[in-house]
Design a protein around this ligand. Structure first.
Ligand code: ADP
Length: 356
């Protein structure tokens, strides 16, 4: 009984916050300058306010400063722990029955995969999320029974590929988004692997990442030009009142957002970049339509947004990481990404803040 009261109080408070702030958050993460950039004499164009953690200034080429505000700004020295501490409340709400979507957006090389997938020594949001979901479900096990399962897929040129199926010896199975009898969007035939503990999860994630990278070497670094999605399905049963819930958490490493130079754009590359532009702008349109509470939400304009339809909007929670490079050489792309992120959040960038 106490749990039910606490849970309904949590939902009430959450709804109050939604009224005030909306349920779309944007976090910005800036990676450190790398060795090559330092060797080439690239300077950092990103300035952070030491007294605030939601503020960023970018030094433009004409020496003017552009000011951006997000829900949180992570500095180059902020590690995976710091990033996950801010992300945790959003991901764990899937256990309360919310659908959640988390995206990493930005130019190739800015740390999208580092944030989501991480490295074996520095694991990212994906693994940490599952670890936390196991921990929380364990601590609630006297009140709730949870079943967790995982799917991994890639969207490349508007085609869906199952990453939990090794397709090296056979042509990949064709997967499509279909509407179920209950009116939800499903991907029939997609493997959904039940997971029981963190060891099992790490093995499964490694398998998916491996299938993805094998495909990518064959198709010339395809991975930066495809969207990689990890879907966690949580089935919950309330042991007190028997109520059942089913919710999805999507963790998405998006294709690189960079504009492709005119010279390179031909043949396969042209097709790829058109598909990427289409799906990233469709995603931006959907999130900004949700942020401005427009009645028509254009989910059907890309496979990505169509597939995520039930987890974007309504009382679903959305978080976008806009990943940026601090390097002066990437200034143009950095400003494009920050403007895109400001637009999806419905917040405009402003002039430079006054110096203290
Ligand atoms: P993307 O997925 O956007 O193409 P990656 O995640 O592959 O970018 O990152 C490019 C390189 O930068 C990788 O070697 C990665 O380990 C490193 N990197 C990215 N972000 C960080 C960070 N915050 N701290 C340290 N290294 C980082």
């Amino acid at each position: 009984k106490q749990y039910l009261e606490e849970s309904s109080e949590r939902k009430r408070l959450y709804n109050e916050v939604i009224e005030l702030k909306g349920n779309i958050r944007v976090f910005c993460r800036c990676r450190p300058l790398n060795q090559a950039e330092i060797a080439n004499g690239c300077a950092s164009v990103a300035e952070f306010d030491p007294t605030q953690d939601n503020d960023l200034q970018i030094l433009s080429s004409d020496s003017s400063k552009k000011h951006f505000k997000f829900d949180h700004v992570f500095k180059p020295e902020d590690g995976q722990d710091t990033v996950f501490a801010q992300t945790k409340p959003i991901v764990t709400s899937v256990l309360d029955g919310f659908n959640v979507c988390i995206f990493a957006y930005g130019q190739t090389g800015t740390g999208k995969t580092f944030t989501m997938e991480g490295t074996p020594e520095n694991r990212g949001v994906n693994y940490r999320t599952l670890e936390e979901l196991f921990r929380c479900s364990e601590s609630k096990s006297h009140l709730m029974k949870f079943e967790l399962s995982v799917s991994m897929l890639e969207v490349y040129n508007e085609k869906i590929r199952d990453l939990l199926v090794d397709n090296s010896n056979q042509p990949p199975k064709k997967l499509e988004v279909k509407q179920s009898a209950e009116g939800t969007q499903e991907v029939p035939g997609l493997v959904e692997a039940q997971v029981y503990n963190t060891d099992g999860v790490w093995d499964l994630l490694k398998k998916g990442y491996c299938v993805r990278s094998v495909g990518s070497t064959a198709a010339n670094e395809q991975s930066s030009r495809s969207h990689c999605l990890l879907r966690v399905t949580v089935k919950g049963e309330n042991l007190i009142n028997g109520q059942r819930t089913r919710s999805h958490l999507w963790l998405v490493d998006l294709a690189g957002s960079e504009r492709v130079g005119k010279v390179e754009v031909e043949g396969e590359r042209l097709k790829e970049s058109q598909f990427i532009n289409k799906s990233l702008s469709a995603l931006g349109d959907v999130i900004s339509a949700l942020a401005s509470k427009t009645s028509h939400i254009p989910y059907r304009n890309s496979k990505l947004t169509h597939m995520l339809q039930n987890s974007l909007g309504g009382d679903c929670k959305t978080l976008m990481f806009v990943q940026i490079s601090p390097s002066s050489a990437d200034l143009g792309e950095t400003l494009c990404s920050l403007n895109f992120a400001s637009r999806v959040r419905g917040i405009e960038s402003g002039p430079a803040r006054k110096q203290a």
